[in-house]
Design a protein. Structure first.
Length: 118
């Protein structure tokens, strides 16, 4: 019974997170934080995979393991980033914009990275 209730709550969490992100995005003025957003997106989508590519041989990863580590480092900013920023009174509008735009751009960056690593 408790497991069933927990399952219902966990299934609703994704919808709640996306609704919260949408509300935060509706109040966001992207132009004000464009330089910071550019840095955040560049670091997350471009620099992080480069750092991962430099570190995987040091830690002994090879082949498919190395590819998985590099590609997973290029994934977009998680939705919970915006929720945590809101909870701790940080710049939740900036966090929401980072989540949205990193997800949007990752369609291209992750695809290109996978094609490059093949």
């Amino acid at each position: 019974m408790v497991v069933g209730a927990a399952a219902y709550i966990s299934e609703g969490l994704v919808a709640f997170a996306l609704i919260t992100l949408g509300v935060q995005l509706s109040q966001t003025k992207v132009r004000q934080s464009l330089p910071r957003l550019g840095w955040a997106l560049g670091l997350r989508l471009l620099i992080a995979p480069g750092i991962a590519a430099a570190l995987v041989p040091i830690f002994g990863f090879k082949g498919q393991e190395a590819t998985i580590m590099i590609v997973s480092s290029s994934f977009p900013t998680a939705v919970n980033t915006a929720l945590i920023a809101h909870e701790f009174n940080a710049d939740s509008q900036f966090a929401a914009a980072a989540v949205f735009y990193s997800t949007l751009l990752s369609m291209f960056t992750v695809t290109l990275l996978i094609a490059f690593l093949r």
